[in-house]
Design a protein. Sequence first.
Length: 95
Amino acid sequence: MHPEIQVLHQAGLRPSHIARLLDVSRNTALNWYGGGTPHRWIVDRVRTLSTAVSRAMEDGKLPVNAPGLNADEHAAKTFFVASRYFQDEEGGDTT
């Protein structure tokens, strides 16, 4: 697995999260989880997302540790945290 994708996996992101955040197909993200390498035209955004997710992990926000959440709530919270950190990393407004 590509090192940046490994970070995303360790943080609890699903291929569907990665697809949505990077605007790629779910099949593309599944391919990356299966060992495929991100294409050169997207690799910079993958690195940016990985950096953002690493920061969230350092801050203790990912992986989500909320025992009371069901699977859908857990996935939604994971996506929300990752997307906020990603927006911040890209210099976007997170308010």
